[in-house]
Design a protein around this ligand. Sequence first.
Ligand code: 5AD
Ligand code: SF4
Length: 454
Amino acid sequence: MTGTAPLKRLYIKTYGCQMNVYDSERMADVLAPLGYGVTDQPEGADLVVLNTCHIREKATEKVYSELGQIKRLKQEKASAGGQMTIAVAGCVAQAEGEEIMRRQPAVDLVVGPQAYHQLPELIARAHRARGERLAADFAPDEKFDRLSTERRPSGVTAFLTVQEGCDKFCTFCVVPYTRGGEWSRPAEAIEAEARALAEKGVREVTLLGQNVNAYADPKGELAGGLAGLVRRLAKIPGLDRIRYTTSHPRDMDEALIAAHGEVPELMPYLHLPVQAGSDKVLKAMNRAHTAESYLRLIERIRQARPDIAISGDFIVGFPGERDADFEATLQLVREVGYASAFSFKYSRRPGTPASAMPGQVAEEVKDERLARLQALLDAQQRAFNAAQCGRELPVLFEKPGRHPGQLIGRSPYLQGVHVSAPDRLLGQIVTVKIGDASRNSLAGVLTSGELEPV
Ligand code: 5AD
Ligand code: SF4
């Protein structure tokens, strides 16, 4: 296997969370030495990987409908004398295993999230004989050890997985079953990866984990959990911005709260899902927090970092949720004031405790509650964005905009910012005066200092 191998085309479609985005990049990295180059078109690809998400039923169904379309492309390629290999990766692969190949025989191999280092071998096997290819039972540490440490970041921002899995067992959630128990990567390995990224021009990393704030160095060499890790990474030259996602309120410790007030590289944005505002529902969800304890936690975080943008996840129509429970969710949202949020209708996932609970909520009721919740969250997001107008914010320019002469960057609060700016500012953090705000983004102008010719 050398760089002289003819270039084969690899199409990866990613569903779901940022962890999957990261995993897709790593899959591309392990396949690169075999001559696979990434394409953004599935037509004619030699290898198609669907990196799937199982968290809600809709996400799983999408995978099967996409597979139907890919199958037609595979047939087209075969009738032209070519070969297309189809792989299903990610959490659907983990949860459904061989069932996928029974439901869609065009699939050549199935690989769970812990076994991506085996992809080259699995593909080779699939090429030899198309049949059963399930590899889902590897410990995550092996996954990281065996994946090449060489990364080719595509821009100035990058994801970096520091933790995987979850032992919280929220009663609605499949993650503890598909991703397994909580496991953290050694701080040393994370630091080495972060340094390598910074040397390649990455200015911002987002530390990823299903329960990222439960991070604990497995070698015990780094103290202070995620806060310790953030402080260590903040010292890396060139790495100016650090974010992390997703957190559980239970693991939001004092050290991490303090870091938000003390580490300038740690961006003032926190995704801290609450799921619901009714204590009865939170208990049935096994969330291990109440509405009140969540609100007090937000208060403490805001004491440390008053301007922090809070984001969250919400589920409406959890089994047993009555009108009064839903009203409690709206009330909690009003009290917190979210900068952004994701909200979902409860989706019944086979094998999870909630799927067997009495009091399943009718679809129309879920629709109506979701619409009301989203209207409130949208209004809060607009208000948060509008409040930036007139402010000067440091913006990291990430990519060219749609219009010539325009760049798109991110504010500290993760808002997209559109600015007329020369390309030479790509990858730089520049002060922008915000003039305009919409629901999804901001627009602004460079302040005079940035316009000086270089
Ligand atoms: N139904 C609806 N939403 C869910 N989530 C997880 N499981 C379910 C489910 N069964 C949502 C939660 C979680 C986010 C990633 O997805 O809000 O925080
Ligand atoms: Fe799922 Fe709950 Fe774990 Fe989040 S904390 S991944 S919702 S079980």
